[in-house]
Ligand binder design. Structure first.
Ligand SMILES: Cc1cc2nc3c(=O)[nH]c(=O)nc-3n(C[C@H](O)[C@H](O)[C@H](O)COP(=O)(O)O)c2cc1C
Length: 189
């Protein structure tokens, strides 16, 4: 049994949508192995866009000065061992909710140590089209891989699948099984 801390960032406005269902399966697998899982529904949070004010790089405390729900999320990120991004594909990449959150990680860059470099990342992606190429899922995967490469942070798994109506993913037993196994794996990274 582990006490790995896993933070899941759910980037769909559909709280019970397909990416959220996969995220929940990951959480179940991880909890079974003793991990502590915190699952965040980004759409309900007040997360404003990074305004590139550079205060996070210039101020002595190095903190982002935008006073919104991201402040709470920064502490959760600080404490997490594993960060899972669960996003639908919107317009051939991750959702706006996901991107708003990740943009605010700019506050970590330039810090020594950059705490994000110490995390392990995983991606869950659902698109409506038939495959990762026609859907644009490939762009979201590329964004995620580039981010991890830039951070020098390891990727512990990328899970993706096709489903359109909310809940359609429940018909895909094999994918749900893979999500559960991914959760078990993330608990012991
Ligand atoms: C605003 C919007 C944009 C979308 N853009 C794409 C897209 O570019 N490619 C695609 O394959 N599906 C696209 N879809 C379909 C969603 O990816 C699909 O419905 C998916 O199941 C949503 O996941 P969720 O249930 O977790 O929200 C889009 C849906 C919406 C609402």
């Amino acid at each position: 049994m582990t006490n790995t801390k896993i933070l899941i960032l759910k980037g769909s406005p559909r709280e019970k949508g397909n990416s959220a269902i996969l995220a929940e399966r990951v959480a179940e697998g991880a909890r079974l192995m003793g991990a502590e899982v915190d699952s965040i529904y980004l759409h309900a949070m007040d997360i404003r866009a990074c305004d590139a004010c550079e205060a996070c790089h210039e101020n002595e405390d190095g903190l982002c000065i935008i006073q919104d729900d991201m402040q709470d999320l920064y502490s959760k990120i600080d404490q997490a061992d594993v960060i899972v991004i669960a996003s639908p594909v919107y317009w051939f990449t991750v959702s706006a909710q996901t991107k708003l959150c990740v943009d605010r990680w700019y506050a970590y860059s330039g810090k020594t140590p950059n705490i994000l470099k110490q995390k392990i990342f995983s991606l869950i992606l659902v698109y409506g089209d038939s495959d990762p190429y026609s859907s644009g899922g490939i762009n979201a995967i590329r964004f995620f891989e580039d981010m991890c490469r830039y951070l020098g942070a390891p990727i512990a798994g990328i899970l993706y699948g096709s489903a359109d109506e909310a809940g359609d993913i429940l018909k895909q037993e094999a994918l749900l099984g893979k999500a559960f196994q991914l959760g078990k794996k993330l608990a012991s990274v």
